[in-house]
Design a protein around this ligand. Structure first.
Ligand code: DAH
Length: 339
């Protein structure tokens, strides 16, 4: 029986030294130590031994069991080390391979210009006001002194939702909303989206952006308006920029003017961009009409104000030398990455 046990020990040692995988290891454990394993079956035969030999054989069997257990454990550790080493090798990273370039997101050109415009006016002490894009006819037209038969009220220009509700065609209605609630001094700009029933082409879009400005106080003059717009034009288009006011008509201002800036491309000499004029129109402005002040409960004999409305797309096209407004809305990343 001792020989049998020693034979088991020798075979186990031999087989365990050749083990290649965890499965093999497990089947060897079952083979030697399992319930039906070799060692177990030898021990079962111990009852047939003379009483004095049993402790000796028993001890030997225990030693062999311990030996096999230890060897199993050693092999298991060994295999794990090998597996880990192999995994490390397979997952190794070659830090010398060139990386893939990631592009960061950028601000949209319209947002760049919008933010710059806000900065300039915030710097001059203006506050930002907002109004709804779905607007009442009253605010968009009526209160702004735009009469019933005015062409801008035509369905060809305005998206109506019903008789009294429409998509605002300008940011000017925010003037009324502000003056209804707040008494002078008032100094605000209202940036926002506006809607007109225009077909899309290089210079038209049914949705575009405006920034409205409004200043109401005692003794506000046309000179204040001109000075303000001068500061604005120079911060946006450069220190050499000049502005020019041309007489015009808006129902909500009197007098009214269209405002041109000296051409950002040729500086005023005349070129392709300004169509030889030397000037480019960028906004409408004027002194707030007394009727408009009155409608909002502000006494035109005490207060006066100026207002202006600026097209953001136009300004951005000028600033970035872009000749097609559709580029702003197509969101082609090759275009957007350039800003
Ligand atoms: N709302 C006018 C437009 O969309 C622009 C404008 C002109 C706004 C004169 C004003 C202004 O506040 O005083 O064409």
């Amino acid at each position: 029986m001792k020989d049998q046990l020693m034979e088991i020990r020798k075979k186990a040692e031999e087989e365990l030294s050749k083990v290649q995988s965890m499965q093999e290891l497990e089947s060897l454990r079952v083979k030697y130590l399992g319930k039906k394993g070799q060692l177990t079956s030898v021990l079962r035969g111990m009852g047939a031994l003379p009483a004095e030999e049993r402790p000796v054989v028993g001890q030997l069997a225990n030693e062999i069991r311990e030996f096999i257990e230890r060897t199993l454990e050693d092999s298991r550790q060994n295999l794990m080390r090998k597996e880990r080493a192999l995994k490390m090798e397979q997952e190794a990273i070659d830090v010398t391979v060139p990386g893939k370039r990631r592009f960061l997101g950028k601000k949209h050109p319209l947002s760049i210009v919008m933010d710059e415009i806000k900065e300039v006016f915030l710097g001059m002490g203006y506050e930002i006001a907002e109004g709804p894009e779905v607007e009442l006819d009253y605010y968009n037209f009526e209160a702004l002194n735009i009469p019933r038969n005015h062409p801008s009220r035509d369905v060809q220009d305005t998206f109506y939702i019903d008789e009294n509700v429409l998509l605002r065609t300008q940011t000017s209605p925010v003037q009324i909303r502000v003056m209804e609630k707040k008494k002078p001094p008032i100094k605000i700009i209202c940036p926002g989206r506006v809607y007109r029933s225009d077909a899309v082409d290089a210079t038209h879009s049914p949705i575009f952006h405006q920034v409205e400005g409004l200043v109401v106080d005692k003794g506000v003059t046309m000179g204040d308006l001109k000075g303000t717009l001068q500061v604005f034009a120079r911060s946006l288009f450069g220190e050499k920029t000049e502005i020019r006011l041309r007489p015009h008509h808006f129902p909500f201002t009197e007098p009214s003017a269209e405002v041109d800036v000296s051409c950002w491309t040729c500086g005023g000499k005349g070129c392709r961009v300004c169509k030889g004029e030397g000037w480019i129109e960028i906004l409408g402005a004027g002194m707030v009409h007394p009727k408009v002040l009155e409608v909002c409960g502000i006494d035109p004999d005490v207060y006066s104000g100026f207002a202006f409305g600026l097209g953001v797309e136009r300004t951005a096209m000028g600033k970035f030398n872009i000749d097609d407004l559709r580029l702003f809305y197509e969101n082609d990343v090759r275009f957007l990455r350039q800003f």
